[in-house]
Design a protein around this ligand. Structure first.
Ligand code: COA
Length: 330
């Protein structure tokens, strides 16, 4: 019998920038790559890229408004706003307080969770714990990224992989026996240098030299990240199933972090979840980091793939490394 209160996802929403950048367009931008290379290695065909009038706050607010409308919750009713992001509009203050102001959610306590691509999943687990502790009744959890603003558009190892967007969920208590069944989180900071922004932070503040060499942008050792992602996400699936006392055949839909189709397929194979039960939209959005799972969840719901009683498993992996998983009964 579940001891903690039932915390359910009462509404979801997402927003992406208008501009779609297709693989075929990179060549004209002077980047030595091809649609074939990107599709074969990653499954990505296109991604959305923020324009001058779009910001992390504007996309987050659009996603949040949609999620609140579905949940039937007003901004004034939010007790807490948690934003998972590693690309906030400003380094100070947090993206969450900017979103709070944009929504007019005057009562809410607002803060960010920085766990890179695992940011939304970490935020969900913090929210569940806050509700279990009796600190909040209604929480908005957003995963949002403008990675196009922090990647090096001359580095083909990274710039083809990422996209921009925001996904939002409203969490409330449930009186029925549905909601979050299990949570799992892990980190390993010894591997931080495999995926990071080396300079430009407080340790080595921005200089003309850092700017010129581009060491403030995202740097990644792709192959090592790939191996760690598959290993960690596979293990996280096992842990989430154990925690929920379920087996893989009980899972109706697996929604993994959308980084790369090959990582998704390897994780699903390990978890013994067949392809038709795995949600994939990396082809249309690329890797939107913390936004990827909530965008995918919102699309899955819109497509009728999540209904009352559907059991969904989320699994994430990101820079840090950070990873985790969650099983939810809708
Ligand atoms: N177009 C063409 N060639 C490219 C390229 C691109 N966009 N990006 C890299 N390459 C080249 C490299 O320069 C390298 O060339 P070299 O062998 O001459 O040095 C070669 O492709 C790398 O090939 P390989 O190591 O076989 O690639 P891969 O199969 O590991 O795929 C990634 C590369 C980045 C797609 C893959 O490692 C990956 O997806 N890693 C995980 C990335 C990720 O998801 N990060 C976020 C996690 S949250």
């Amino acid at each position: 019998m579940k001891q903690r209160p039932w915390v359910m996802i009462a509404g979801t929403g997402h927003a992406v920038p208008k501009r779609v950048l297709r693989n075929e367009e990179f060549a004209a931008m002077g980047i030595d790559t091809s649609d074939e290379w990107i599709r074969e290695r990653t499954g990505i065909r296109e991604r959305h890229i923020a324009g001058p009038g779009e910001s992390l706050t504007s996309l987050s607010a659009e996603a949040a408004h949609k999620a609140m409308a579905v949940a039937g919750v007003t901004a004034a009713e939010l007790d807490m706003i948690i934003v998972g992001t590693c690309s906030p509009d400003r380094l100070l203050p947090s993206a969450a307080v900017e979103l709070q102001a944009a929504l007019g959610a005057t009562r809410a306590v607002a803060f960010d969770v920085d766990a890179a691509c695992s940011g939304w999943l970490y935020g969900m687990q913090v929210a569940e714990a806050m509700m279990a502790a009796g600190n909040a009744e209604t929480i908005l959890v957003v995963g949002a990224e403008l990675l196009s603003r922090i990647v090096n558009w001359k580095d083909r190892n990274t710039c083809v992989l990422f996209g921009d967007g925001a996904g939002a969920c409203v969490l409330t208590r449930s009186t029925k026996q549905r909601g979050i069944l299990s949570c799992y989180m892990r980190s390993d900071g010894t591997l931080a240098n495999l995926l990071h922004r080396p300079k430009g932070g407080a340790a080595e503040p921005m200089t003309a030299e850092i700017l010129a060499e581009g060491s403030h942008f995202v740097h990644m050792k792709g192959r090592e990240v790939f191996k760690n992602a598959v290993r960690s996400m596979s293990d996280a699936c096992d842990r989430a199933l154990d925690g929920a006392k379920l087996s893989s055949s009980d899972i109706d839909l697996l929604i993994p972090h959308q980084a790369n189709l090959r990582i998704i397929e390897a994780t699903a194979k390990h978890a013994n979840v067949p392809r038709e039960k795995v949600f994939v939209n990396v082809d249309r959005y690329g890797n939107t980091s913390a936004a990827s799972i909530p965008i995918a969840l919102d699309e899955a719901i819109a497509q009728g793939r999540v209904k009352d009683g559907t059991i969904v498993m989320f699994v994430a992996f990101g820079a840090g490394f950070t990873w985790g998983s969650m099983v939810v009964r809708f």
